[in-house]
Structure formats: structure tokens, C-alpha cells
Design a protein around this ligand. Structure first.
Ligand SMILES: Cc1cc2nc3c(=O)[nH]c(=O)nc-3n(C[C@H](O)[C@H](O)[C@H](O)COP(=O)(O)O)c2cc1C
Length: 149
């Protein structure tokens, strides 16, 4: 099962998360679910075979809600040897690289395994942003379903 976890303040990451979900659901015979980071804990990850994490860059860092989720699951994930494949989608005004870098650093310590380069979507969301988010979700779901990741 692919678990999509997002944190959103303005709604941009929430919208991208829905597009990622729509893309992942195109992979037939494979389960995908969506949850807010603030509502998620280690127990929701126990039946996941992969994670897709969606957050924004805020003031040159990963957005606080996603950082809080990572902090909360850090020790339980190590305790449970939660070595899952993951991919990261960052929504940003004009940069996003720092959010991606900080997230990768934190996740490498759990350790989760990055299976794709982070997708950074900058600026106002457009049809192209939605298409890229859908493709990202489908690629992750298909890779998990085929056992590639
Ligand atoms: C407090 C704050 C700080 C931000 N800092 C950055 C930043 O450092 N770099 C950047 O590219 N965008 C920055 N942005 C823009 C957001 O990353 C962008 O609007 C994103 O789509 C917000 O998604 P969300 O509201 O769903 O979390 C900032 C936005 C806010 C509200």
C-alpha cells in the first residue's frame, strides 16, 4: 500500500496531494491512501509498502507541520526498523531546494530509502503542475506494485 502524507497551509500541497492520489490510483490492483501529516502517526505506516511525502518550503526550511511529523515518528520508526521506500514532492514559491535537502537529511537518519529524486513544483499551480504530480504518483505506485522499489 502506498501512503501519501502531506502538510499544507494554503491548500497548495493539499491540491497536489489529491493529484498525486489520482495518479497513483491509475495503477490498478494497488492500494493507495492519503492522510494529513498532523493526523498521522507511526501506526498508520505499519501496513505501508512505500511513502509519498508532500510539503512546502517555508523560510528556507521544510514546512513545520511535516517536520513535526518526522520528529514524532523518528524514534518509533527506528525501533520498528521501518525501512520504507519514499519519494518527496516539494511545493515552493521560487526555490524548494532547502526543504528537499532538509527532508532528505532527516529521512536518511531513520533510515527511509529515497527511490526518486525529489519533485519540486514552483510558483502558482497550473495544469502542468497537476500533470507532473499525477505522473509522480503513478510512477511511485507502479514501481511499488512491480516490486522495483
Ligand atoms: C511563511 C512562508 C514562508 C515561505 N518560504 C518560502 C521559501 O523559503 N522558499 C520558497 O520557495 N517558497 C516559500 N514560501 C512559499 C510556499 O512554499 C508556497 O506558497 C507553497 O506552495 C505553500 O504550500 P502550502 O501552503 O500548501 O504549504 C513560503 C510561504 C510561507 C507562507
Amino acid at each position: 500500500m502506498l501512503k501519501i502524507i502531506y502538510h499544507s497551509q494554503s491548500g497548495s500541497c493539499a491540491r497536489l496531494a489529491l493529484e498525486v492520489l489520482a495518479g497513483a490510483k491509475q495503477e490498478k490492483g494497488f492500494e493507495t491512501s492519503l492522510a494529513r501529516a498532523l493526523d498521522s502517526s507511526i501506526s498508520e505506516l505499519s501496513n505501508a509498502s512505500g511513502l509519498l511525502l508532500i510539503a512546502s518550503e517555508n523560510s528556507g526550511y521544510l514546512s513545520g507541520g511535516m517536520k513535526e511529523f518526522f520528529d514524532r515518528i523518528f524514534y518509533p520508526a527506528i525501533r520498528d526498523s521501518l525501512i520504507l521506500p519514499y519519494a518527496l514532492l516539494i511545493s515552493a514559491g521560487n526555490d524548494g531546494r532547502e526543504a528537499a535537502r532538509h527532508a532528505q537529511r532527516i529521512l536518511s537518519g531513520i533510515p527511509l530509502k529515497a527511490v526518486m529524486e525529489p519533485l519540486v513544483i514552483r510558483g502558482e499551480l497550473t495544469d502542468d503542475s497537476y500533470r507532473r504530480a499525477q505522473d509522480f504518483g503513478l510512477t511511485m505506485a507502479a514501481g511499488l506494485n512491480m516490486g522495483i522499489y
